[in-house]
Design a protein around this ligand. Structure first.
Ligand SMILES: *Cc1c(COP(=O)(O)O)cnc(C)c1O
Length: 397
C-alpha cells in the first residue's frame, strides 16, 4: 500500500500513455519559431453565420445546462444533415446524442459497450485517443496495420482483418476518412468490415469527423458504414463540428444510432461531462444547415491546400503518400536520409524551421510506421507557402 508522493499515482492501465506527441512537437514549434504543421487545427475561423449564432446565444442567456442528449434544434439539425448527405434516417428524439466532441463520443461508446477483456478491432495508425479509451475500459485493442502500397496508398491485408476477429470481439472502431493517413476506405474494404461485424455479431463505432473532406480525385466517395446492409442496427456513427466548421476548440460532437446504443452512450456521458457547450449548440445547428456551396467550397479549399503542400513536399524530396481526404498528408523520410520519424521530426525545426509529427507513435507495430511522418495542410495558403520555402532547404543542403 503506497500513498506517498514519490510514487507515480497514475493507474497502471494509463501509464503507457505519456504526454502526447502533439504537445511535444507544438512546444518545439514555439521554442524554435518553426511553422507548425504538426497539430491538425485550422488557422482561420469557420462560417460567419455560425459564429454570429454563437455570439447571439451567449448574449441571449443560453448559458445554462442544456438537456442531457443535446438541445432539440441541434439534434434535429444532425438528423437532417445525415438524411441530406447520406440518406441515413435517425430520430432526433432517442437516436442522437450530443457529446463533448467526437472524442467524448468515442470514449463514452467504448466505456458503455466493452466489458473488461472484450476486444476492440481498430486500424493502425490509430487516432491517439482510441488506445487510451480502450485501456480505460479495460478492453483489449486488436489492431490491423495499414501499410503503404506500391502505388503510394495505404491498404490492409484482408486475411489480417479476418484474423483479429474472434469470440471476444465486441466492436470495430473505424475511422474513415482516416487520420493520419488520409485514406478513404473503399466500398470493398467497408463490405469486408461489415461482413465480419455481422458474422461475429459485433458493433461498429465509426469516427467520421472528416465526412466532408474527401477530395474529388479519391478512389471512392465517403460511404458511411451504417449505410451497408444490416449495419444501421449495429453501428454508432460519430461526427463533430470541429473539422467541418473549423472550430476544433468548440468540442461539439454527436453520436447517432439505434436507440439502445445511443442510450448506452448517454448513460456514460451523463457522468463524464453531463452536458456541454450550450451556447455553441444552436450555432452548430445553423452550420449543419448551410447550403451545399459551403460544404463544396470548404472541400475545394482544403483540396487546393493539399495540392500546395504535396507539391512542396515532393519538391523537397519527400516520398509523399497519396491522401484522398482529411487535413493530412504522410510521407516516408527515407529518401531524405531519415531512418526514424521521431528523430527526423525532432531535428526538422532546426534543419528547416518546420514541425511535423511522426506517425509511428500511433502504431502497436512501431516498425510499420518507423519512417512515416504526418504534415497538416489545414493552414492559410501563405503559411503553407512559407513552410514549402523552408522545406526546400532540405534538398538544397
Ligand atoms: C480531430 C479528430 C477527432 C476529435 O474530434 P473532436 O470533436 O475535437 O473531439 C476525433 N477523431 C479523429 C480521427 C480526429 O482527427
Amino acid at each position: 500500500m503506497t500513498t506517498t508522493t514519490d510514487v507515480d499515482p497514475l493507474v497502471a492501465r494509463m501509464r503507457p500513455f505519456g504526454t502526447t506527441i502533439f504537445a511535444e512537437m507544438s512546444a518545439l514549434a514555439v521554442r524554435t519559431g518553426a511553422v507548425n504543421l504538426g497539430q491538425g487545427f485550422p488557422d482561420t475561423d469557420g462560417p460567419p453565420e455560425m459564429l454570429a449564432a454563437a455570439a447571439e446565444a451567449l448574449r441571449t442567456g443560453q448559458n445554462q445546462y442544456p438537456p442531457g442528449p443535446g438541445i432539440p434544434a441541434l439534434r434535429a439539425a444532425v438528423a437532417a444533415h445525415q438524411s441530406r448527405f447520406w440518406g441515413l434516417e435517425y430520430d432526433p428524439d432517442g437516436e442522437i446524442v450530443v457529446t463533448a466532441g467526437a472524442t467524448e463520443a468515442v470514449a463514452a461508446a467504448v466505456l458503455a459497450l466493452c466489458e473488461p477483456g472484450d476486444e476492440v478491432v481498430c486500424f493502425e495508425p490509430y487516432y491517439d485517443s482510441y488506445a487510451a479509451s480502450i485501456a480505460l475500459a479495460g478492453a483489449v485493442r486488436r489492431p490491423v496495420t495499414l501499410r503503404p502500397t506500391d502505388d503510394g496508398r495505404y491498404a490492409f491485408d484482408p486475411a489480417a482483418l479476418r484474423a483479429v476477429f474472434g469470440p471476444r470481439t465486441r466492436l470495430v472502431l473505424l475511422n474513415s476518412p482516416h487520420n493520419p493517413t488520409g485514406k478513404v476506405f473503399t466500398p470493398a474494404e467497408l463490405a469486408l468490415v461489415a461482413d465480419l461485424c455481422r458474422e461475429h455479431d459485433a458493433y461498429a463505432v465509426t469516427d467520421e469527423v472528416y465526412e466532408h473532406l474527401v477530395y474529388t480525385d479519391a478512389e471512392s466517395p465517403h460511404v458511411p458504414l451504417a449505410t451497408l446492409p444490416g449495419m444501421r442496427e449495429r453501428t454508432l456513427r460519430i461526427s463533430s463540428a470541429g473539422k467541418t466548421f473549423s472550430c476544433t476548440g468548440w468540442k461539439v460532437g454527436w453520436a447517432s444510432g439505434p436507440g439502445a446504443l445511443v442510450s448506452a452512450v448517454l448513460r456514460v456521458k451523463q457522468f463524464l461531462t453531463f452536458v456541454n457547450a450550450s451556447p455553441l449548440q444552436p450555432a452548430v445547428a445553423v452550420a449543419l444547415a448551410l447550403g451545399d456551396d459551403y460544404f463544396d467550397g470548404f472541400r475545394a479549399d482544403l483540396q487546393a491546400r493539399r495540392d500546395q503542400l504535396v507539391g512542396g513536399l515532393t519538391d523537397a524530396g519527400f516520398d509523399v503518400l497519396a491522401t484522398q481526404g482529411t487535413y493530412f498528408v504522410t510521407a516516408d523520410v527515407t529518401a531524405l536520409g531519415g531512418r526514424d520519424g521521431v528523430d527526423f521530426c525532432r531535428s526538422l525545426p532546426e534543419r528547416c524551421g518546420v514541425v511535423a509529427v511522426p506517425t509511428q507513435v500511433f502504431y502497436d507495430d512501431v516498425e510499420a510506421g518507423r519512417r512515416l511522418v504526418r504534415f497538416a495542410f489545414c493552414k492559410r495558403p501563405e503559411v503553407l507557402a512559407e513552410a514549402v520555402t523552408r522545406l526546400r532547404r532540405l534538398s538544397a543542403g
